[in-house]
Design a protein around this ligand. Structure first.
Ligand code: KIV
Length: 309
C-alpha cells in the first residue's frame, strides 16, 4: 500500500487539476482506493468481464473493479443458471481477463461447490485464483454460514468480497431468482450478516436483488463498500453483468438492468453484411487479396504451359 500511495502522490503532486484527475484514473484500483471512494462518497463502478477483448475495453473505460463472475455459466456458456461452471473454467477465464487488465482490480467469483464443502477446500481453491490466475480478490456468496471461511481466507491474505441478498448459487433454495429481504426479520438477518462479514474481514459486499430501503440501511451500517446490483441507488457503487449492459444476454432484461448499447444488433448487422458480400462475390476484394510477384507468376505460368519459355 505504501508503494501505491507514493506512486499516486508522485504522479499527482505538481500537476494541474485536470492532469491530477487523469493521473488518478491511471492509478491502479486497490482495496484502499475502493474504501476511499466510499469515504469520499464517490460511486464505485464495476462490471463483469470474462475474456481478453471485453476485459480490455472495460478496463480502458475506467471501471474500478472487474468481476470474472460465475454468470459466465449463463452469458458465455449458455447454461440456465450459474451452478455448472467449474474451477478450471473459472480459472481459464480469470487468466484471460488478467492478461487484459492494467488498472482495474480483478475479482474472481468462486464457483458453486468450490467453497461450500469444507473451509480448507475453499481456501485452497481461492488461493488458486490468486496464485495461478492473478486475481486480486475472490467473491463468495452467503451470509452467516460463510463467516468462518471469510476469516480463514483473510488470515491466508486472500481478500474477500462477500455477496448477500439474491445469491444466484442458492437458486434452488430460493425457489428461483426472487427479490430478498422483504420482511423485517429478513432485513435484520441481512444487516446482521453484512456486519458479521465485515467483522470477519471482507473488504466489500455485493448486495443483489434487495429493496432500495434495505440496501440503503446496509450501506449505512457498513464501513466497507456495499456494491449494488438490483439494490437501488443508495449503495456505494454499482455492478452489472456486461452482457446485460450491451444486449448480449439473449433474455428480457431484469428490471434493474439499463441497456447502454446493442452489441447483438452490431454483430448481427456485421455478419449479415459479410454473408451477403461473400455470397455476392463482393468479398474479398482486390485490396484484401495477396498477389504473386512478377517472376513467380511467370514461372508458374510457364510450368502450366500458359507462357512460352
Ligand atoms: O456472477 C456475477 O456476475 C455476479 C454479479 C451479478 C454480482 O455475481
Amino acid at each position: 500500500m505504501g508503494v501505491a500511495l507514493e506512486l499516486t502522490m508522485s504522479l499527482t503532486h505538481f500537476r494541474s487539476a485536470d492532469q491530477s484527475a487523469r493521473a488518478t484514473l491511471t492509478a491502479p484500483s486497490t482495496i484502499q482506493s475502493l474504501q476511499d471512494k466510499k469515504t469520499q462518497g464517490r460511486p464505485i463502478v464495476a462490471l463483469t468481464a470474462y475474456d481478453y477483448a471485453t476485459a480490455r475495453l472495460v478496463d480502458e473505460a475506467g471501471v474500478d473493479f472487474i468481476l470474472v463472475g460465475d454468470s459466465l455459466a449463463m452469458v458465455v456458456m449458455g447454461y440456465d443458471n450459474t451452478l455448472p461452471v467449474t474451477m478450471d473454467e473459472m480459472l481459464l477465464h480469470t487468466r484471460a481477463v488478467r492478461r487484459a487488465v492494467k488498472r482495474a482490480m480483478v475479482v474472481a467469483d468462486m464457483p458453486f461447490g468450490s467453497y461450500q464443502v469444507t473451509n480448507a477446500e475453499g481456501v485452497a481453491n481461492a488461493a488458486r485464483f490468486i496464485k495461478e490466475a492473478g486475481a486480486q480478490a475472490v467473491k463468495i456468496e452467503g451470509g452467516a454460514s460463510r463467516i468462518d471461511l471469510v476469516k480463514r481466507l483473510t488470515d491466508a491474505e486472500i481478500p474477500v468480497m462477500a455477496h448477500l441478498g439474491l445469491t444466484p448459487q442458492s437458486v434452488h433454495r430460493m425457489s428461483g431468482y426472487r427479490v430478498q429481504g422483504k420482511s423485517v426479520t429478513a432485513i435484520h438477518h441481512l444487516v446482521k450478516d453484512a456486519l458479521a462479514l465485515e467483522a470477519a474481514g471482507a473488504f466489500a459486499v455485493v448486495v443483489e436483488g434487495i429493496p432500495t430501503e434495505v440496501a440503503q440501511r446496509i450501506t449505512a451500517a457498513l464501513h466497507i463498500p456495499a456494491v449494488g446490483i438490483g439494490a437501488g441507488p443508495h449503495c456505494d457503487g454499482q455492478i452489472l453483468v456486461l452482457h446485460d449492459l450491451i444486449n448480449l444476454s439473449f433474455s428480457a432484461p431484469a428490471k434493474f438492468v439499463r441497456r447502454y448499447g446493442d452489441a447483438a444488433a452490431l454483430i448481427t448487422d456485421a455478419v449479415n453484411r459479410y454473408r451477403n458480400d461473400v455470397e455476392g462475390h463482393q468479398f474479398p476484394g482486390e485490396e484484401e487479396s495477396y498477389h504473386l510477384g512478377k517472376e513467380a507468376l511467370a514461372a508458374l505460368l510457364r510450368e502450366e504451359g500458359k507462357l512460352k519459355a
